[in-house]
Design a protein around this ligand. Structure first.
Ligand code: GLN
Length: 546
């Protein structure tokens, strides 16, 4: 595909970079992909990134965060894989639901076309119909974004049965788009044998062999290991992978993921890739990024933040919130010490809600669904209100804050959300009529970016830089029940943001309270390095002022 690259005053072809994984999943392919994107963006190229998930779910919306991690929500309301969050944060761009392709989507669309008769007379097969559909979707993203470079990360590990059609499609793309317009990067684990401390390259050798078996010769290998790759290991990988040693790069464990692009750039990955794709080499400007990493690495004061939720065992369930906290702490040179509290333990009297509040400087009540653990969160919020500590409640966190305000400040005993107790006498959180009519679960929440009108004079308004209209991303079914607003306001609740039609409560505060904010949308999805989300910034600023 040819796109006009105005910046360079010449016509250039779209470049495609395919990222595959070897040996194990979870070796940090997403971060590697995002980092490579940043190195190209820092050279003035426009970049977009696609995540391919070879599972049969149409999207990540119905998947359990315990198993799959966070569901990342895009501007256009896609419920996507958490890697899209890494891409958005590293590349500072907004992606669309189109940037997350799943086997479910591909098959759904091919089968729908077959039923319509679009393939009349043909036998519909994996090759070419499924692979064509995959290629079409990748090219569609290239076309819509008109990006100079399209990164395509293929989820899972090379050798997985379900990933095969995607690898085959990328192999075909190499043929169709040409060698100079496509590059394959293989990210694979190099384990260290505990008895000898030796870096073992055999698993990488095997995964490269597996790739070659299906017709893909990688151009670059990124070896993931605990420590930097030793020369001997690099040489061995290069030899078996049929590559020069300069094409083998090392990505080792670091405390701060934002350091990875800097490590890769230093080792020459950016330069090598630009040359390989016959792109014009340009100055790589990472100054601001370096500055951000420096601030993260040199904090001046510790702050303790309580993270109260239900999926606390898998931290990936709240990855965007963790990153948003880091962005905000970098701004103020603070070191966040996050303590995780499983709210169901509070219900079982195994955890004291008062000590959750007392042990920390600030409290975040995390998003969530369903009854389990909800009462534990409400108990924590009760003590937060009593102690006056800085608080941020996100989505379900806002809803439970409203329940706590109703019960403990407005005197509405047994007030609740109908999600938790359908028979509550005071349904302060309830479904709106339009949600009551929906019976399917997938993709039926209020999703994506909506405009919010802020109320002047509130803390929320101040934190958003005194803007009257702001946009945040949503993922919820339930709402503050308009019937109780008068009572809640009389008890000290301030509605600091509403939807444009004025019907939905988007942000709340408490009167005469230092920092007590509830947010129906998820501000974490729009937080970026060097551009922290206002409400997270506010939470930490409140700590500085004390
Ligand atoms: N369970 C709540 C709702 O559906 C909150 C969802 C969330 O926290 N993302 O409205």
């Amino acid at each position: 595909m040819i796109t006009t690259c105005e910046k360079f005053g010449r016509v250039m072809s779209t470049k495609y970079i395919f990222i595959t994984g070897g040996v194990l999943s979870g070796v940090g392919k997403g971060i590697t992909t995002a980092s490579i994107g940043l190195l190209l963006k820092a050279r003035g190229y426009s970049v977009t990134a696609i995540k391919i998930d070879p599972y049969l779910n149409v999207d990540a919306g119905t998947m359990n965060p315990f198993m799959h991690g966070e569901v990342f929500v895009t501007e256009d309301g896609g419920e996507t894989d958490l890697d899209l969050g890494h891409y958005e944060r590293f590349l500072d761009i907004n992606l669309s639901k189109r940037n997350n392709i799943t086997t479910g989507q591909i098959y759904l669309s091919v089968i729908e076309k077959e039923r319509k008769g679009e393939y009349l007379g043909q036998t519909v097969q994996v090759i070419p119909h499924i692979t064509n559909e995959i290629k079409e979707r990748i090219r569609e993203v290239a076309k819509i974004t008109s990006a100079d470079i399209v990164l395509v990360e293929i989820g899972g590990t090379v050798g997985d049965i379900e990933g095969l059609p995607f690898l085959e499609a990328t192999r075909q793309l190499r043929m169709e788009e040409g060698y100079r317009n496509t590059a394959f990067i293989h990210v694979a684990l190099v384990p260290i044998l505990s008895t000898t401390g030796e870096q073992k390259t055999k698993p990488v050798q095997h995964s490269v062999q597996e790739l070659r078996r299906i017709g893909i010769q990688p151009d670059i290998i990124v070896a993931r290991s605990i420590r930097p790759l030793e020369e001997e290991a690099r040489r061995k990988i290069a030899l078996y992978a049929n590559l020069p040693p300069e094409a083998v790069f090392s990505s080792y464990d670091v405390d701060i993921i934002y350091e990875i692009p800097l490590i890769l750039e230093k080792s020459g990955l950016g330069r090598y890739l630009v040359k390989r794709l016959e792109l014009q080499e340009r100055i790589c400007n990472l100054d601001q990024w370096i500055n951000f990493v420096e601030r993260l690495k040199n904090p001046q004061k510790e702050v303790r933040i309580a993270m109260v939720g239900k999926y606390t065992k898998l931290k990936d369930s709240y990855i965007s919130i963790i990153e948003a906290i880091k962005h905000a702490t970098a701004e103020y040179r603070l070191k966040p010490i996050l303590s995780w509290y499983e709210s169901t333990l509070i219900e079982k009297n195994k955890l004291n809600p008062l000590s959750v509040v007392e042990e920390n400087d600030a409290i975040i009540v995390l998003p969530g669904f369903g009854r389990r653990g909800a009462e534990g969160k409400i108990e924590v919020i009760k003590h937060v209100i009593n102690q006056g500590k800085p608080f941020l409640g996100i989505c379900f966190g806002l809803q439970l804050a409203v329940v706590a305000i109703a019960r403990f400040l407005a005197g509405l005993e047994r007030a609740n959300s109908t999600e938790i107790d359908p028979y509550t006498p005071f349904p302060v959180i309830d479904l709106l009529e339009e949600q009551k009519k929906i019976d399917k679960l997938g993709g039926t929440m209020r999703l994506g970016s909506y405009a919010i009108r802020l109320r002047k004079g509130t803390i929320t308004y101040k934190m958003y830089g005194e803007r009257e209209i702001v946009y945040e991303r949503h993922r919820h079914r339930y709402e503050v029940n308009p019937k109780y607003i008068d009572k809640l306001e009389a008890a000290g609740m301030v509605i600091s943001g509403v939807s444009l039609e004025g019907e939905r409560v988007e942000f709340i505060e408490l009167k005469d309270y230092k920092y007590f904010i509830g947010s129906q949308p998820h501000p974490e999805f729009k937080s970026r390095p060097m551009k922290p989300a206002p409400l997270f910034k506010g939470l930490l600023k409140a700590l500085l002022d004390t």
